[in-house]
Design a protein around this ligand. Structure first.
Ligand code: CTP
Ligand code: MG
Length: 393
């Protein structure tokens, strides 16, 4: 018996259209990934969650699911993912995702892709409500404003505030009940704005757990500032990295994962990608976590010949966990030979891909040392990297 989470992420974000995002709000980049991914990071920390089914807009399904699988692999998410083509209404998207759940799934949480701030503790509280015997549970917060029914520009009624609550997601259900509720609504042509309403329409009980004031649904352009501040203040940090590799029989030259054809061989324990080593050290600098040698000692046979991109990815994962958002990287390779001008653009886009940054946020420079020193004597290559990032304060 397993518990899965369904994430409807197939909306068009029409109320945010004025902000001119260029992509649906669920896909806008936030902390190095599409917005909906924030919820997966949270869910991966909850022991009782076994997998996630996502509904994407039909036209974007192949591309969006490939990206999700790529993020899951890069971050070792530890949750199986399934995908469905969403529908015209939110409830149609939820129904499509429910249809791809595995057979052994018995409980389900439904969570809006546009609510990136829900906490792992909230998910745990909802699961605990089901454990305690509830068949449906929703998070709710008290309403602060006085709520009135309004029609044609006139107040029709004032609702008693003490009785009102604003309901959020995730919402937790026994799967069989939710499937029956969806079928009931489909048969009777009911339009709803959340899943609990469907359960209510069946006359079943819905338990309430305390919601979170911070668990906002990004809905209108005014909500975007919450993403900019990430709800908590952040400080700019800078990390610097430096690395040297000696020329000599060993491994073919690689810079920023790009093989430099015709370049000299380098002596190295790993793949000898001097540029990625400097970059990895710069990231560790931003994190305040020492240097590459501490994390991946070259005395450890596990790192023999390991591509530097794998090590970089491990550090990027640490960065994600720490909430570090890389905003820019400036890299310089220093060598007399080979001539690097023809390779700079390729290296730049490769590194931007690794950092999941647009190429404009990565700069690659190459220089010689005018025949001086060990690079001038063509005995080796060095690289320096400067990374700018934002870290939660
Ligand atoms: N959603 C969905 N399929 C739809 C409509 C909505 O999967 N046909 C998802 C949205 O992607 C979002 C969640 O349901 O994660 C909550 O819906 P809402 O905030 O209303 O998002 P949108 O419908 O995209 O925005 P809007 O109503 O402003 O158009
Ligand atoms: Mg909507």
């Amino acid at each position: 018996m397993s518990t899965w989470v369904v994430i409807p992420a197939a909306g068009s974000g029409s109320r945010l259209a004025a902000a001119g995002l260029g992509v649906g709000k669920q896909f806008m980049p936030w902390r190095g990934a599409p917005l909906y991914w924030a919820s997966l990071r949270t869910l991966a920390r909850v022991a009782g969650v076994h997998g996630v089914a996502l509904a994407f807009p039909p036209a974007e399904l192949p591309q969006a699911s490939a990206r999700a699988e790529e993020l899951a692999a890069a971050q070792d998410l530890g949750l199986p993912l399934r995908f469905a083509a969403g529908g015209a209404r939110r409830q149609d998207s939820v129904a499509a995702a429910l249809a791809v759940l595995p057979r052994d799934c018995s409980r389900v949480l439904v969570h809006d892709a546009a609510r990136p701030f829900a906490s792992a503790a909230l998910v745990t509280a909802l699961l605990a409500a089901l454990d305690a015997g509830a068949r449906a549970a929703v998070p709710a917060v008290p309403v602060k404003d006085t709520v009135k029914r309004v029609a044609a520009g006139r107040v029709a009624a004032t609702l008693p505030r003490a009785e009102l609550a604003a309901v959020q997601t995730p919402q937790a259900f026994v799967l069989a009940d939710l499937l029956a509720a969806h079928e009931h609504c489909a048969r009777h042509g009911l339009d709803v704005t959340d899943d609990a309403s469907m359960i209510e329409a069946l006359g079943l009980d819905v338990a309430v757990v305390p919601g979170e004031e911070g668990n906002v649904k990004i809905t209108t352009p005014e909500d975007l500032h919450l993403l900019r501040t990430g709800q908590s203040p952040r400080v700019p940090v800078t990390g610097w990295g430096y690395d040297v590799h000696k020329y000599g029989p060993g491994r073919p030259m690689v810079l920023g994962t790009v093989p430099i054809q015709g370049g000299p061989e380098v002596v190295a324990h790993s793949d000898g990608d001097v540029l990625l080593h400097a970059l990895t050290d710069a990231l560790l600098g931003c994190l305040g976590r020492g240097d590459i040698g501490e994390h991946f000692p070259d005395t450890d046979p596990r790192y023999e010949g390991v591509p530097s991109a794998v090590l970089l990815n491990e550090v990027l994962e640490m960065a994600l966990e720490a909430g570090l958002e890389v905003v820019h990287a400036d890299l310089t390779v220093i060598c007399q030979v080979p001539r690097l001008a023809p390779w700079k653009a390729q290296i730049r886009s490769a590194v931007a891909g690794l950092l999941r940054l647009p190429p404009g946020r990565v700069n690659v420079k190459a220089t010689t040392e005018e025949g001086l020193g060990f690079t001038g004597e063509k005995k080796g290559v060095k690289a320096v990297a400067c990374v700018s990032a934002l870290l939660p304060a």
